[in-house]
Design a protein around this ligand. Structure first.
Ligand code: PRP
Length: 465
């Protein structure tokens, strides 16, 4: 354990602890698990000797997985397949785990996780075993505290008593840089994520799992799994087959695949990725002409005027793309309206989150607010803004979007008024830009496809699975 006195990164130190603990106790495996901030779920953050499938068997609910742990107790299981205090008994049996010892990880008397050892043989753990495991848990807690940079001498306070879930990210090893970038994008828009928390068995042979699929991300607040792939479309056959299989076997699971092209297009929107800076070769075709837009805006204005008749209304637009639509829409609304604008920072490979670059001039408390957007694409911007505005107590909050690119949605956001639904095409004009240009076109057009995504990224081990 000389490693503990070294400059190794915390993640490697935890791996050393798990390995040393398993070896010293002569058991098959050891894992360090952390509770989320609400103490509802446990997550394996470092382990030794346990198969991928067992580690990613699903969300471990803290009150269904040796819940005595939450009270800081040491818990012993001698027959994992039968013990009702375990959530995944069948899977433990399949993984050949007979006995488990769980000791709490604590800070200032507060439990924030557990160190668990897993034995293939039925085993009654001795007092010495338990003491050893407890010391290993103390060491793990020390390393984790180091990650949190919580001063040991600091007086306990609600802020430093729990490990913030955000910090778990420091323990994640991404298989591919694109995944790390996607995680940063989600962080920017304040969307919670877990990396590869669950494997879905797809095929069984003699009661053993023959094939499984592990989506890259799970977004718990959206209950959505996301798989990113950097594979060329021509190499996607096998993966597509797995995805079809996954959908058949688990129809209740919400799943979104972002192909290499989807992902490059998404990043290009933020000025990142392989298509960043690619020169557009002009407009390929007109999607909606000025007369068509005018008719649609008039129709939206009429519906809004009818719905808000005898109410006051504040239109809030998000800069900049909305300015043409907002200017026309307000002129087709026949009831009195006030207008205001929000500006937000832009994701460009940033590590911090969204910031409001231009705030509203007025209070929206008790007012009827209609958010106006030129386009809703992934839904991440609107989701962030709606959450922001909700904290300011408007009497009502609705959304009017001229364009709805639903096919690319990641976050489901409620749209009350929609002009046109469009496909997965890059549109410009009538306020919408590509790298700052084309906003002044009087129509909405589709850009000529940019040069194809160069094959820059190595295919990962996982992609070729
Ligand atoms: C557009 C649009 C939305 C956002 C929607 O703004 O005005 O605010 O994209 O995208 P999302 O649903 O994927 O979050 P953009 O970032 O192009 O800036 P701009 O309005 O200044 O052109």
């Amino acid at each position: 354990m000389a490693e503990l006195n070294s400059n190794l990164p915390p993640k490697e130190l935890l791996e050393h602890i798990a390995r040393s603990c398993a070896n010293a106790l002569s058991v098959a495996g050891c894992s360090i698990l952390l509770l989320n901030s609400k103490k509802t779920h446990l997550l394996h953050v470092s382990s030794h000797g346990l198969g991928d499938w067992y580690l990613r068997k699903g969300f471990i609910e803290a009150d269904k997985s040796l819940p005595e742990m939450l009270r800081g107790e040491v818990v012993e299981v001698t027959d994992a397949g039968q013990d009702l205090r375990l959530q995944f008994r069948e899977m433990a049996e399949q993984a050949g785990i007979a006995s488990i010892l769980s000791v709490p990880l604590q800070q200032n008397g507060e439990t924030f996780g557990a160190l668990r050892v897993y034995s293939r043989n039925r085993r009654i753990f001795s007092r010495r075993d338990k003491e050893f495991a407890a010391r290993m848990a103390d060491l793990s807690a020390l390393v984790l505290r180091q990650i949190q940079s919580v001063e040991l001498t600091t007086k306990p306070s609600p802020e430093n008593q729990e490990l913030k879930p955000l910090e778990l990210k420091k323990l994640v090893t991404f298989a591919h840089p694109s995944e790390e970038q996607f995680a940063r994008l989600l962080d920017f828009y304040d969307i919670k994520w877990l990396y590869e928390p669950r494997s879905f068995p797809l095929q069984w042979q003699d009661n053993r799992i023959g094939e499984m699929f592990t989506p890259d991300f799970y977004l718990p607040e959206l209950n959505l799994y996301v798989e990113l792939t950097t594979l060329k479309q021509s190499l996607m056959r096998e993966k597509n087959q797995k995805i079809r299989h996954l959908k058949e076997l688990y129809p209740e699971v919400e799943f979104k695949l972002l192909t290499r092209k989807d992902y490059s297009n998404l990043l290009a929107k933020y000025g990142c990725g392989p298509l960043a800076g690619a020169k557009a070769e002009g407009v390929a075709r007109v999607l909606f002409g000025d007369a068509q837009i005018e008719e649609k805006v008039r129709e939206l204005g009429k519906r809004i005027s009818d719905d808000y008749a005898s109410h006051s209304l504040l239109l809030v637009g998000v800069l900049k793309g909305v300015f043409c639509f907002m200017a026309d829409l307000m002129r087709h609304i026949s009831i009195p309206v006030a207008v205001d604008f929000l500006g937000i920072s832009y994701y460009a490979d940033a590590s911090s989150g969204v910031s409001i670059t231009r705030d509203l001039d007025q209070s929206i408390k008790g007012k009827n607010v209609l958010m106006v957007e030129d386009i809703v694409d992934t839904g991440m911007t609107l989701n962030y803004i709606l959450n922001y505005l909700r904290t300011r107590d408007p009497a009502s909050l609705k959304v009017c979007a001229l364009l709805d690119k639903r096919v690319r949605r990641l976050v489901q956001v409620p749209l009350d008024y929609v002009g046109f639904e469009i496909g997965d095409e890059f549109v410009v004009g009538y306020g919408l830009d590509y790298q700052g240009e084309y906003r002044n076109l009087p129509f909405i057009g589709v850009l000529k496809p940019t040069t194809s995504v160069p094959q820059t990224e190595r295919e990962t081990k996982k992609d070729s699975e």
